[in-house]
Design a protein around this ligand. Structure first.
Ligand code: ADP
Ligand code: MG
Length: 406
């Protein structure tokens, strides 16, 4: 633990999955206009796969021969990476498959993970094309870090893996309702927030969590200090001596893909996919005794975040790190005025909402949580995607995945 960057390893044979309908529908022109040449000049061989429908990427990575690929990179919003992560975790060889370095190039309207890794790199906030270029450089550099995943269970016993967020109430409603404003790009969340504020409501349910016990011996994980911005460019242009442009100069360093060595299943009953969730009791049973049950049952929102950004311009969890095994649980209690809630979201742009000491906002660091909404209908989102509504619980798995970051 501690500084968790692995060695510099330039990913080669990158599968680039692109959702042509993400964001304003410009992912392909964003790729050809800003990233393609960068990758070619850096000598990163890549194959572009344009998704044809929802779950295309998920099915593809579930079946693909991973020994042929050194990284899976998406150019889209967070939703396409959600497909890739879950496709990998649905494989028999999930344990090796989830070691495949993943990458993200922001091409959607919800680019929260891209904004988070840009933030972790210590760079000033940027948006749109500049964020894309920043993530393009990270991909060329090929630094791989570990990333936490959160295992999520729904009432019908579905299991999902999440890298970003679990939301209910105000935030989840905005996420789904703002789909219709996707033509405005990332601004859809601002528009959606204002619309939802006008019809602010209370959501009832029971929330419980397992708090992080903070031993003084283990300081929070820190990312290593980023190189100066110019180092991105120079490392992009430098090649090992003797290598010529277009050559697969980093091939030798790319052959250690564990997935290639993973044994296939032998046809016996499939083992449960993913690591065991040792912190969770079955959803039908009460939460374990060391959990905290929140007294309030009237909420405006519940938001669990494991990375810093909720959207490109919303620094919801300033203390989050890529791999620290922490879920930042936020909830806003009913009774908050529209103005105060708006003020919270405005402050979130700079991550200042926690310092505003709003008495309705609660923030706790947790390892696991359970939510039992009382109303029969509603919206719950995981990584910005709508999932089965009803009782839901989750636990974090520190560093389960690997991500190309700064
Ligand atoms: P955005 O940030 O703009 O919402 P996402 O990457 O989150 O972009 O994608 C939005 C949704 O589109 C996700 O649910 C994803 O699974 C789905 N999707 C992926 N590829 C396609 C496609 N080719 N056509 C339609 N939907 C797709
Ligand atoms: Mg999305």
């Amino acid at each position: 633990d501690g500084v968790l960057y692995s060695e510099v390893r330039r990913p080669c044979r990158v599968m680039l999955l692109l959702n042509p309908h993400s964001g304003k529908g410009q992912a392909l022109s964003l790729f050809t206009g800003h990233v393609q040449r960068m990758l070619t000049e850096a000598g990163v061989p890549h194959t572009l796969v344009i998704t044809e429908r929802q779950n295309h990427a998920r099915e593809l990575v579930r079946e693909v021969d991973l020994s042929q690929w050194d990284a899976m990179v998406i150019i889209s919003g967070d939703g396409l990476l959600f497909e890739v992560v879950n496709g990998l975790m649905e494989r028999e060889d999930w344990e090796a498959a989830i070691q495949t370095p993943l990458g993200i190039l922001p091409g959607g309207s919800g680019n929260a993970l891209a904004a988070s890794i840009h933030h972790y790199s210590g760079s000033q906030p940027v948006s749109c094309e500049e964020l894309l270029v920043s993530c393009g450089f990270m991909l060329c550099k090929g630094l791989v870090s570990r990333m936490d995943l959160v295992s999520v269970h729904t009432a019908s016993n579905q299991r999902l893996f999440s890298f970003l967020s679990l939301a209910w109430g105000f935030v989840a409603d905005v996420d789904i309702e703002s789909e219709k404003y996707r033509h405005v790009g990332a601004a859809r969340f601002t528009v959606g927030t204002l619309v939802r504020l006008a019809s602010l409501r209370v959501y009832q349910g029971r929330l419980a969590y397992l708090p992080v016990e903070e031993p003084p011996s283990r300081p929070p994980a820190q990312v290593s200090p980023p190189p100066p911005a110019s180092a991105f460019c120079s490392s992009l242009l430098c090649r090992p001596s003797g290598a010529s442009p277009g050559q697969n100069t980093f091939h030798n360093s790319c052959n250690s893909n564990n997935a290639a060595k993973a044994k296939r299943g032998d046809g016996t009953a499939p083992a449960p996919r993913g690591p065991p969730d040792s912190l969770l009791a079955p959803l039908e049973q009460p939460v374990p005794g060391d959990w905290t049950v929140v007294e309030e049952e009237d909420f405006v929102l519940m938001l669990a975040m494991y990375q810093s950004h909720l959207a490109e311009d919303l620094l919801a969890a300033p203390g989050a790190a890529l791999e620290d095994g922490v879920i930042h649980l936020f909830y806003v209690k009913a009774g908050i005025s529209r103005t105060a809630l708006l003020r919270l979201f405005l402050a979130m742009e700079k991550g200042a909402h926690l310092a505003s000491s709003c008495p309705y906002l609660v923030h706790v660091k947790v390892r696991a949580l359970r939510l039992e909404p009382f109303s029969p209908k509603g919206v719950i989102t995981v990584d910005g995607e709508s999932v089965e509504y009803g009782p839901i619980q989750a636990q974090v798995h520190g560093g389960l995945a690997r991500l190309i970051s700064g």
